[in-house]
Design a protein around this ligand. Structure first.
Ligand code: ZN
Length: 196
């Protein structure tokens, strides 16, 4: 099957506010097809999340998943520091995000629409999201750690925001440089190295 390409930064669709999905489109073959395509594109990339505008569709739909094999391929200390945990595939239509508490976390983050780069981005540690699943059933998910970061990143896409709008600009790097320079270092050590 031919998958749509992932839209890259600079395209207008990534900078526009995406439209709410009207309730009469829930549980239709059209919406289910869109979500299935988004999951395929996310897995092929591979990535841990995708928003509909990233395939050129200006609708408020996101998909997310973090697979156990992604965790085992990362260093254990890094997985622990990021509070990264595997979770099953989720699709959320018309997500509404609420941040919880005032604890933040700073880590390198990338985006399939800013291919090949990463930067340090501060996010809330814990969030809660409500919305609908692909069948129109209510979704409520309260989560902390890495999944909370993925959620904030994907919901940002629906408002035309990219991580580069929130990043510490001095940390903006090609992913290979992040790996070469900072492998095995804590975030505190990386910040000291970068002077941020
Ligand atoms: Zn992204």
């Amino acid at each position: 099957m031919d998958l749509p390409p992932i839209v890259q930064t600079g395209a207008g669709v990534l900078r526009a506010r995406a439209a709410e999905v009207s309730l009469d489109r829930l549980a239709t073959p059209e919406l289910e097809g869109l979500i299935a395509t988004m999951i395929d594109v996310m897995r092929a990339a591979p990535g841990v999340g995708l928003a509909a505008p990233q395939i050129g569709i200006p609708l408020r739909v996101i998909v997310l998943e973090d697979r156990p094999e992604f965790l085992t391929s990362s260093a254990e200390a890094e997985v622990r520091e990021k509070e990264r945990v595997a979770f099953a595939t989720r699709a959320i239509v018309n997500p509404v995000l609420r941040t919880i508490g005032d604890t933040h976390a700073m880590f390198f983050e990338g985006c399939l629409s800013v291919d090949g780069y990463a930067a340090l981005v501060e996010r809330y540690r814990e969030v809660e999201v409500t919305g609908l699943d692909e069948h129109g059933a209510p979704v409520h998910w309260r989560v902390a750690g890495w999944p909370a970061r993925i959620l904030q990143h994907e919901v940002d896409h629906l408002d035309g925001t990219l991580y580069v709008d929130r990043m510490l600009t001095r940390s903006f790097s090609r992913v290979e440089h992040v790996r070469q320079r900072f492998a095995g270092l804590s975030i505190a050590e990386i910040r000291a190295e970068l002077g941020v």
